[in-house]
Design a protein around this ligand. Sequence first.
Ligand code: AMP
Length: 183
Amino acid sequence: MRIVFIGPPGAGKGTQSALLTELLDIPHLSTGDMLREAVAKETTVGRLAAEYMNSGRLVPDPFVVQIVGERLQQPDCERGCLFDGFPRTLGQARSLDEYLAAAGTPLDAVIELRVDEDQLVNRLLGRGRDDDSIDTIRQRFRDYTTMTAPLIDYYSSTGLLRTIDGSGTTNEVFKAIRKALGK
Ligand code: AMP
């Protein structure tokens, strides 16, 4: 299966994607990890990407698409993969669709983990964050919403979107994801 996983920071996306990649036995493709690796290895893309990442901006689509395209050519991706942190723009979403359509392996589903902003803040408060961090959390949540809204609309129109209530326990949320995927 080929799955895009979308979820706000702190909503349990890391935990759920680990469970899901294990269940489906597919590689976990995090563009954040891939870009950090390219930066560490000082590849051409890495050198260009570092500048954007250091200032907290999105790396331009062509670099991200290139790095994902290269990763998808590795044999472990033949059985599918889970995309994490990608796509982040409509351009990336369209490029991914084109790439996968050409390969004859379209996306199977887009999982959106939805958690209410106040609940997310309360969860993180429970972990003992200070006031500064709460503001940061709220800002990150809003940035996330702004950034992902067009993607949610896009995938909703393609019929691939599965919105999952991320407010339950790890097990409850994982069960809901499995049900949505028919697994
Ligand atoms: P992350 O670990 O997903 O938070 O990504 C860390 C940084 O890598 C981001 O702040 C961006 O600069 C860059 N990045 C990761 N994924 C993407 C993407 N799909 N498009 C553009 N930039 C990305």
